[in-house]
Design a protein around this ligand. Sequence first.
Ligand SMILES: Nc1nc2c(ncn2[C@@H]2O[C@H](COP(=O)(O)OP(=O)(O)OP(=O)(O)O)[C@@H](O)[C@H]2O)c(=O)[nH]1
Length: 378
Amino acid sequence: MDATADAPFSLTTFLLGPAGGVRTRTVMSLMSLLVFLMFAVAQHVEVQMGLIDRQASHALTVFGLTGAVLFVAMMRADLRLPGIRDPSMTVLQITFALVAIAWSYGIHGPARGAVISIMLLILVFGMFALSPRESRTLGWLGFMLLSGVMAYKTRTDPQRYPPQVELIHFGSAAIIAAGVVTLSSRFGRLRTRLLQQRADLTEALERIHRLASRDELTGILNRRAMIEQLTAQSSHMQRGARPMCLLVVDLDHFKRINDTFGHKAGDLALQAFANLATRTLDERDVIGRWGGEEFLLMLPETSVEAGIERTERLRQAALRQPLTDVHPSLVITFSAGLSPCRGMHDIDAAIERADQAMYRAKTMGRNRTELAPPIAGA
Ligand SMILES: Nc1nc2c(ncn2[C@@H]2O[C@H](COP(=O)(O)OP(=O)(O)OP(=O)(O)O)[C@@H](O)[C@H]2O)c(=O)[nH]1
């Protein structure tokens, strides 16, 4: 491999352009220039063998090589022609090649049969880059150009292009054109189906990811995704991030809401609380549904004092926002337990401490926050 390929002012970059689209297109156009060069050599040999007229061959060679060099220059300069969106100008390049092929047919005399198969090759290559409509149009264009040259030559040079032979060649060209048209339609359908399948697959993967990480009712993280977040944050702590606080929140007398207003109202209350917490807490805070009417909140890089202050903010916000959709005076309150978490090894223990503090808040009358007792030896 060329070690200088991507260096800022390397020869490769100078000649072929920066790595990426421009370089790929330049290399492709260089390859078609190479094909035109090979044709020029082949024609030269045919001239030597007396099969082609020297002047006619010369004119075609100049036409082919000039065009191919121009395409290389346009690709290298990333030049866009007005009205052509495709930076490779595939339609234009193939049209140019088809004109050269038809011209070549007109000068090749006895060796002209081979020219028809080269037209097929060009059209089949085009199918991979073009839309079915473009492929079909170019298929017909190639056929028309060849037929035009055949008709012209049978009139002007019937000795070398006898009508009977040209009829057979015309039939071959017609079969090729019909084949290209049919194949391009099938190929187009296949491509559309593949694109659709890819879009479906991407959507299904996104859905699976959502289902695997989100709580279906509230849309916040589920327990599994919450554990992942806790693990990620504690590894940040290992790399020097400040300690985090964990908060266990349990909605008060939730059974009563269900029993009084129905299960659907209970669901609404859970959604309302999840929304409120997401809106009220800091952007970096993460909330997950831990189970039933219990939530776990992770407050990264947060001191105990700041954690208490944030929990209080949430509690006050809940008091100010009655669940009017269910009942005008229905207010959700919660009991919470807060505990600092010292790292990866402390996650389970910190959740347990916060849980116990939350139960203490329940026994102390609910609608309050309790702090877990300091950790022995910390
Ligand atoms: N509507 C609804 N209810 C749920 C859901 N998950 C759990 N619950 C209900 O939440 C209630 C929890 O009741 P309890 O554990 O007795 O607690 P509580 O009534 O909140 O009382 P305290 O926690 O002591 O304040 C039960 O009635 C569960 O059925 C849910 O997804 N939707």
